[in-house]
Design a protein around this ligand. Sequence first.
Ligand SMILES: [Zn+2]
Length: 171
Amino acid sequence: MENEYDPKYFDIEKWAMTHPTSITSDGYIRIKIPDGHPNLNKGRYIHYHRLVMEKKLGRFLNPKEIVHHIDENKLNNEDFNLELFQNSREHHNLRHGAIKYPKLWDRQWLGGEYTVKGRATQDIADELGCNRVNVRYAILKLGIPLRRYTVTAEVMKHVKIAAKLGGRKPK
Ligand SMILES: [Zn+2]
């Protein structure tokens, strides 16, 4: 009976010693995929750090999941140096965005600008040199309450007219 590959008990270092490894053009160690690994779409090679994360989690990674190197050293694949993100957007915004725009992830600063001063997300983005989407994402992730636009009587009048004409109520 063949042993079923289990990421939790897989000896990565031992495997790496006896199977082809290389460094990708963007600086990651990759390794010939172990038999039984489901990720066969990369020419039978897989990033070493992904195997380490799979061992840490005891399960295979979803291809969308991203493993980040905390110290930014792509060759430091110790499990404590690796952090898992659900997808590349989350990874980029929370880690690389945070390094690039530290103020964006400073809850006190962002809350002050957005909630207290009432600045527009575009205005904040312009100051930081990032995209408005990044600002909105940080606001949501940091749990800063989104501002609601004040609905004035004037606006309500238009809403009522629109409703009468069969238009949809704005969200
Ligand atoms: Zn990263």
